[in-house]
Ligand binder design. Structure first.
Ligand code: NDP
Length: 399
């Protein structure tokens, strides 16, 4: 049916590309382009031989002109951005210049400030609309599936939703005292930042890890979880009618937290460049270089993830609660695509969002967050492509 250009060839891209090849009716052709072309070639060598035609290319996605040249040469129907959040704006610029549809999984972050907000990408709305192309923002799991779950709950279960708690539990054990499950730089910037939640139209800020709750996760059991700021809170606060409060909680084990505190205390998580042996280095980037590569965790990680949303609101004049979640097994993911569940739960929705833009079901000119589209085709595709969802009408609530 069409051709996708996938930019980036890390953990998440590896899964999305496997899934595109499984879905060759839609993805007749893909081009994998990244900074290090040898990674793209190695993945092509692994996946070649199926129905999806694969090509590879080298690109530095920090440069709009390189991207424009690549997009003009490849002529994709959709560009799927699976590089880092720092490249979102350059890739969106190149899509505008070439009138090509755009999909990503994480919102833009300036390299020198650990702050993510949608304002930079929402500023492109008018230009995308005028160019007649679609930008789908945040097609991973969180953000991504959490927004689709919210749109599905609004459409099928509630007249109004007043409270949403997003719960992200990773009960996987990789055996290392400290490692991150996706890009360490992005992950540590996220968890060492101040927390916040959205209530009655305002942000309430907390100290990092200040709010702790305990939750009994289906198929996993009881875990400590901590309130974090997370990017989908910003768009859901606007797009879900009747909403009064949205919070995001993520589970962390004690070993992870102790190591993180120590690394913070000695300055290793700082993003301010320092002088070292006559050159400037960023401590967090150096830390990334010494930590295990998230892609290497796949064969070692055992256990499950459970990510979902608890909704509280009203239907037909009555109070109602509803919990939608997915449970994913690290080792099953590894057996299927050679990666752990964190990359899997992001790469599968990235493929699905790209498919829906490619086949026209989710095409409307402008820049949109995922909950602004009809959730039904996405929910069906989750069941078909490896992330089946489950629901509960009497969940334990988070206090
Ligand atoms: P990785 O670090 O594993 O992969 C990033 C890839 O991008 C690498 O191949 C890297 O190339 C490439 N890249 C980086 N900079 C450039 C550049 N300037 N030009 C071209 N390519 C570049 O990250 P992940 O796969 O873990 O994460 C990918 C994205 O997914 C991130 O934006 C992350 O925030 C997002 N994410 C979203 C989640 C969600 O649920 N929504 C969850 C997890 C991740 P090289 O190999 O040369 O380093």
């Amino acid at each position: 049916m069409g051709k996708a250009l996938i930019i980036g060839c890390g953990g998440v891209a590896g899964v999305a590309i496997h899934k595109c090849c499984q879905n060759s009716e839609v993805f007749e052709e893909i081009c994998i382009a990244s900074r290090t072309k040898s990674k793209c070639d190695a993945l092509k060598a692994k996946l070649d031989g199926g129905k999806t035609k694969i090509t590879t290319a080298q690109v530095d996605a920090d440069h709009v002109d390189e991207l424009v040249e690549l997009i003009r040469r490849v002529k994709p129907d959709v560009v799927l951005n699976l590089a880092l959040p720092y490249q979102d704006l350059t890739i969106m610029e190149a899509c505008l210049a070439t009138r090509t549809n755009y999909v990503d999984t994480a919102n833009y972050e300036p390299l020198d400030t650990a702050k993510f907000e949608y304002k930079w990408q929402w500023a492109y709305r008018k230009r995308f609309e005028e160019a007649g192309i679609t930008a789908l923002l945040g097609s991973g799991f969180d953000p991504g599936v959490t927004g689709v779950f919210s749109a599905y709950a609004v459409k099928h279960h509630f007249d109004e939703i007043n409270y949403i708690d997003i719960l992200d539990c990773n009960a996987g054990d990789h055996g290392y005292p400290f490692a991150t499950n996706f890009n360490p730089e992005i992950n540590i910037r996220e968890v060492s930042a101040k927390g916040s939640y959205w209530e009655e139209g305002k942000w309430i800020e907390t100290e990092p890890m200040e709010i702790k709750r305990v939750y009994d996760f289906p198929e996993i059991g009881t875990k400590d979880m901590y309130l974090l700021h997370h990017e989908e809170l910003e768009s859901l606060g606007i797009n879900i009618p009747g909403i009064k409060r949205i919070r995001f909680f993520m589970t962390f084990g004690q070993s992870y937290l102790t190591h993180l505190k120590c690394l913070e205390n000695v300055g290793m998580t700082s993003i301010k460049p320092i002088d070292f042996d006559g050159r400037k280095i960023v401590p967090l980037q150096f830390l990334k270089a010494v930590l295990p590569d998230p892609a290497s965790l796949g064969p070692r990680t055992k256990g499950k993830t459970n990510i979902g949303c608890i909704f509280q609101g009203r239907k037909d004049g009555r109070e109602k609660t509803y919990y939608l979640y997915n449970v994913c097994d690290h080792q099953e993911c590894y057996r299927e695509v050679g990666s752990q569940a964190i990359s899997y739960t992001t790469g599968v929705p990235a493929m699905i969002g790209t498919m829906l833009v490619m086949n026209g079901k989710w095409r409307k000119p402008g820049v949109y967050n995922i909950e602004e589209f009809d959730p039904d085709p996405f929910m069906d595709a989750l069941n078909r492509w490896g992330l089946p969802w489950q629901e509960s009408f009497q969940p334990d609530m988070v206090e």
